[in-house]
Ligand binder design. Structure first.
Ligand SMILES: Nc1ncnc2c1ncn2[C@@H]1O[C@H](COP(=O)(O)OP(=O)(O)OP(=O)(O)O)[C@@H](O)[C@H]1O
Length: 255
């Protein structure tokens, strides 16, 4: 579903060029929940943001659902992004719009009629269990509710892929659990491909079937957490593989 071929990123800064990512290649299969884990500054968000070209790669190509995004015109890219939803650590809701109007926003941009928008907003509010908060403004919602609105907004255009950048880092442990539950549920119900960036092993352990470990701008390894016959290179991967059976017992998150 998502292929990164030798993508790299060099940022231009006032102190000169900074290589945030050396060439990285990876493959995320359809219906997977794929985790990108590593320490702060490793380059996780840079990889994720290249998957919808929010960050333009310095080299290499990004192919999503068979389309080479790196070669798209701005108009083609706008269309392609409709089926790539994204959520963030700090939600990025529009403060002067209600929950319902936040969810309607991408549909307005895509030119959907008011009647169809209202129908889709209702469906999305139902998916995240917030029908009773349709008229609330972000300031009237808890952190978990704000993230649920952000998830509903990301789902509004019926994307095939959901990119999640540290989606639970601003939330307490209990709310984190419920948001991860939503992410698993969306993956199962809609077969949606999900890529989740986190520095938190607990988060990755709970939902991801495959992971990529990133360190200092390099992709060190990719692992299938369901397979026993792998030789992890990093401490993170060793810990994740070692703790997998009891933690994921009964969860069945990986489809
Ligand atoms: N716009 C930018 N200009 C210059 N350097 C940047 C820019 N964006 C990111 N970087 C640098 O690139 C490196 C990778 O950043 P990135 O945000 O991808 O890391 P990360 O692993 O997601 O970290 P964190 O978990 O702290 O968000 C960091 O050293 C960061 O300072």
């Amino acid at each position: 579903m998502i292929t990164l071929k030798e993508v790299s990123k060099t940022y231009r800064t006032k102190d000169g060029d900074f290589s945030a990512l050396v060439p990285v290649s990876l493959e995320v299969g359809e219906g997977e929940i794929f985790g990108i884990i590593g320490q702060s500054g490793a380059g996780k968000s840079t990889i994720l943001r290249m998957m919808n070209l929010l960050e333009k790669p310095s080299t290499g190509s990004v192919i999503v659902n068979g389309q080479n995004l790196s070669q798209c015109t701005p108009r083609e890219l706008r269309v392609a992004r409709r089926w790539i939803g994204m959520i963030f650590q700090h939600f990025y809701l529009l403060q002067n719009r209600t929950a319902a109007d936040n969810i309607a926003f991408p549909l307005e941009i895509s030119g959907m009629s008011k009647k169809d928008r209202e129908k889709r907003v209702k469906e999305c509010l139902e998916i995240v269990g917030l029908e009773d908060k349709a008229s609330s403004y972000p300031a009237q919602l808890s952190g978990g509710q704000k993230q649920r609105v952000a998830i509903a907004r990301a789902l509004a255009t019926e994307p095939k892929v959901l990119l999640c950048d540290e989606p639970t880092s601003a939330l307490d442990p209990q709310t984190t659990g419920s948001i991860l539950e939503f992410i698993r549920d969306i993956n199962k119900r809609f077969g949606m491909t999900i890529v989740l960036v986190s520095h938190d092993m607990e988060v990755v352990k709970q939902v991801c079937g495959k992971i990529a470990v990133v360190e200092k701008g390099s992709l060190i390894e990719t692992l299938d957490l369901g397979r026993r016959d792998q030789q992890p290179k990093t401490e993170i991967a060793r810990l994740l593989l070692g703790s997998r059976p009891e933690v994921l017992k009964g969860v069945g998150a990986y489809v």
